[in-house]
Design a binder for this molecule. Structure first.
Ligand code: TRP
Length: 452
């Protein structure tokens, strides 16, 4: 008989671990720079709508599927329906996990580099852009830091998750939250605050392009860790008495809160320092050192801040690696140790092209002038995650019976007043929206419009 599946120690532990997976570089680094690139407030509005009508329903669906099957993404679909097709959705998730972690770890490496810089030299006002450029243009530093970040991730996943990471999460996520509030307040009293608030909170919808809407949706999926079975896997460790809908609501509220705060923290500084909000992936890494350079005690504060961001990144990275590892353990009977080392090494190697795409291979651009890093990010978050989300939505909306869903979601008395609304969303609205998104991101609509 298979050993009893591990479970989270408490509901709080689950919400925290899921929030730990969700909250990461997607909120603190990716969201602000995409928001700056695609028009500020209008992007934020599109992001919030995406979280509400696409993110939350898919999050609930993933947890339902995971908890009822008690398996990894591939095994879960196989367990619930005997069909060759559905496990493919799980496979897609495994692929997405590989790709995302490969470049996520490169950015994680930048954070580690920044921690080292605060210790060794501190930040000087006006020099941040140059320092960032120096890091970007050094292949050795890029690969070294990427390797270090991967090693840390491998080390944690090797030891299992529950006792270590769950405990650290409880301590460090609230600390990150507090520091973020402090920095946001500091930002909001800077001279650029008015401009930033207008930029973020007064949406100018004429700025919102089609690409902007698609990117907002991609960001929502990415920051909630959806579409690749990460939340499904975490849901499979959830005990049967936890109310899924309220937990999902809390997870998405926490996650969104971090994204909005990251925006409120970064944009006032961007405008105060006359920087360009559309500067791309370097945004966080150039603006924050400017603040730390100017503020009293900035070096110390910068050190704590980057340590906490590194932590947020690691709790997300382990969830990415854990999905891939748990699949190899469950389905191919590998030991945890073997899966962890082998897959970690493979992902490290896959990340090298991303690390080189800012220096040696920066000339290598494909499809619309994107470098390898942007290409992988775009492919994973604009195609693979929505595709996975579509599979999950159709499975939850059309394949699972009401009885099966209600057995999970209405388990706890009075648990879900919004079942009908959720069901309409997951059955009709979410799939239709995701199909439209995919038609655009795969270029099919562009192609069709040429002929019709
Ligand atoms: N959500 C994380 C972040 O915001 C990244 C992440 C972790 C992720 N697991 C995922 C993204 C699964 C997509 C799918 O940084």
């Amino acid at each position: 008989m298979a050993p009893q599946r591990e479970h989270w120690a408490s509901r709080f532990g689950f919400v925290l671990a899921a929030a730990g997976s969700a909250i990461g570089l997607g909120n603190l680094w990716r969201f602000p720079y995409k928001c700056g690139e695609y028009g500020g407030g209008a992007f934020l509005a599109a992001y919030l709508v995406s979280v509400a009508i696409l993110g939350l329903p898919v999050l609930i669906a993933e947890i339902i599927i995971g908890r009822s099957a008690q398996k990894n993404p591939v095994g879960a679909f196989r367990e619930l329906r005997a069909s060759r097709f559905w496990p493919l959705v799980g496979w897609l998730g495994i692929l997405a996990g590989f790709i995302i972690l490969s470049y996520y770890s490169v950015v994680g490496g930048w954070i580690l580099h920044y921690i080292a810089s605060t210790v060794l030299s501190g930040f000087q006002a006006g020099l941040a852009a140059g320092q960032f450029h120096e890091l970007m243009s050094s292949p050795a530093r890029q690969i070294g830091c990427h390797g270090l970040f991967m090693l840390l991730t491998i080390f944690i996943v090797r030891g299992g998750i529950s006792s270590g990471i769950e405990r650290w999460n409880k301590l460090l996520m609230p600390a990150l939250f507090l520091i973020l509030i402090g920095l946001t307040i500091r930002s909001l009293i800077s001279p650029g605050a008015g401009h930033a608030l207008r930029f973020l909170l007064q949406p100018d919808f004429s700025q919102l392009t089609r690409t902007g809407i698609l990117e907002a949706l991609g960001s929502a999926f990415f920051s909630l860790s959806l579409g690749m079975g990460a939340m499904l896997t975490y849901g499979s460790y959830l005990d049967k008495n936890t109310n899924i809908s309220s937990a999902a609501l809390e997870i998405s509220a926490l996650d969104t809160c971090f994204s909005v705060m990251a925006g409120l923290m970064i944009f006032p500084i961007v405008f105060s320092c006359g920087l360009d909000p559309g500067a791309g992936p370097g945004l966080l890494f150039v603006t924050l050192p400017e603040v730390f350079a100017q503020m009293p005690g900035g070096r110390m504060c910068g050190f704590f801040f980057f340590v906490l961001v590194a932590f947020a990144a690691i709790t997300s990275a382990i969830s990415l690696l854990e999905v891939v590892v748990s699949f190899f353990i469950d389905e191919l009977c590998w030991t945890r140790r073997r899966a962890d080392y082998t897959l970690g090494a493979v992902i490290f190697v896959c990340g090298i092209p991303s690390a080189l795409s800012f220096n040696l291979w920066s000339g290598l651009t494909l499809m619309g002038g994107k470098n390898i890093f942007d290409l992988l990010d775009g492919f994973a978050s604009n195609i693979l995650l929505p595709l996975g989300g579509l599979g999950i939505a159709i499975f939850a909306g059309w394949v699972l019976t009401h009885g099966e869903k209600e057995a999970e979601i209405k388990r706890v008395e009075n648990a879900f007043h919004f079942y009908d609304i959720w069901h309409i969303l997951i059955k009709y609205i979410t799939p239709v929206a995701l199909v439209i998104v995919l038609l655009y991101t795969t270029g099919i609509i562009g192609l069709l419009s040429k002929y019709f």
